[in-house]
Ligand binder design. Structure first.
Ligand code: CA
Length: 366
């Protein structure tokens, strides 16, 4: 796609807020002079429903901040999954410019490029803090943006779930052998790992998990964590709640912006979007960190039995996960992202085990 011409008259100075830009209007009829603060209405399509208020809410936080930072002139309307486009077509929609923006999880699109998984999370990958340090300060964002350039998309981190739970089980998992023959709802690479460990993997949408567990169609299911899982009522139809969700140690969501739409923005509006995305990123993780503890307590008080995955399950899963992740490294671009991410994990885990983890474990054991 041909990029629109974009000329910024920097001589006027960005601090004055009077930068003029020359760019073609949306219809492409020809060049037009715009001030830095034109009235804009954008559509943002989300992959999530309003019911997932913490995740969906991050996009609303972004829209609200952009409005405030532009005196209400840059208006972003957020559409839940299915209203304008289906949940898993957000990338295509932003790529084509049907919507100027999207909020989604890039691992939905690994069929287009397996390396996109690293923009969300991979089994035994980075925690939320490790991911944020990698993208903002460790070269991760530049590598991920190189992937998105192929889709005519500009991307920003847009929220994180933190370490997810391992999910709900109706049978105890005492060792890796107990996974054999277990029927579990688990998507993505985590599902492929479980398949290798003998699990019968089922792909079931969120809304259908409860009846499937209730009727015994499946023995186990993973979703997100205490706050979201409690709302879906899984505690009523499954006894054991396992941890940790090693397949999603910090699921990052992303804001996608159509590259032509981004290039057509003034420096002021671009900066407003970048700041608002960072605020939304912070909002979602801190919101989960605020609502998960109470939900977790309520589940335990309600009789849910919390169990750690046995060490041999963790180790067998990690061996299979690393094998699967290495399969992509024949591709040099994938290999670059993989190496950068895994090097970051190794170095920062040595530090976090000494700082955050050691301190939290001490407090918890008091
Ligand atoms: Ca999950």
């Amino acid at each position: 796609m041909k990029r629109r011409e974009f000329v910024r008259t920097a001589a006027l100075g960005s601090s004055a807020g009077l930068v003029l830009s020359s760019c073609a209007p949306q219809g492409g009829e020809g060049p037009a002079i715009q001030t830095e603060s034109p009235s804009l209405r954008w559509r943002l399509v989300s992959s999530f429903s309003r019911g997932l208020d913490t995740i969906f809410g991050a996009a609303e936080v972004l829209a609200e901040h952009v409005g405030h930072l532009t005196q209400g002139r840059f208006n972003i309307q957020v559409y839940p999954a299915g209203e304008l486009v289906p949940a898993f077509e957000v990338l295509e929609s932003v790529q084509k410019g049907t919507a100027q923006m999207g909020h989604t999880a890039s691992y939905y699109y690994v069929g287009k490029n397996p390396a996109l998984a690293f923009d969300t999370t991979v089994p035994f990958g980075l925690t939320a803090r490790q991911f944020n340090s990698w993208v903002y300060h460790g070269g991760g964002l530049e590598l991920l943006r190189a992937l998105f350039a192929d889709f005519n998309i500009m991307n920003f981190p847009g929220g994180n779930t933190g370490v997810q739970m391992g999910g709900w089980f109706n049978r105890e998992v005492g060792s890796v052998g107990d996974l054999r023959g277990l029927s579990m709802r688990i998507p993505g690479i985590g599902g492929r790992v479980m398949d290798r460990l003998g699990v019968t993997v089922q792909q079931i949408p969120g809304g259908e998990i409860y009846p499937a567990l209730e009727r015994g169609v499946i023995d186990a299911a993973e979703w997100v964590g205490p706050y979201d899982d409690e709302k879906l009522g899984f505690a009523q139809v499954a006894q054991y709640y396992y941890y940790p969700g090693w397949w999603e140690p910090g699921a990052n969501l992303s804001f996608y912006i159509n590259r032509d739409a981004w290039d057509g923005l003034s420096a002021h509006y671009q900066h407003a979007l970048e700041l608002a995305a960072a605020a939304a990123n912070q909002y979602m993780l801190s919101r989960y960190d605020a609502v998960n503890p109470a939900a977790f307590r309520r589940l335990v008080e309600g009789g849910t039995e919390v169990r750690a995955f046995p060490q041999d399950v963790m180790q067998a899963a990690q061996v299979q996960a690393e094998e699967l992740l290495q399969e992509g490294t024949d591709d040099p671009v994938y290999a670059q992202v993989y190496d950068s991410c895994m090097r970051w994990r190794e170095e920062s885990s040595a530090w976090f085990a000494t700082s955050e983890y050691a301190y939290t474990a001490y407090l918890h054991d008091l």
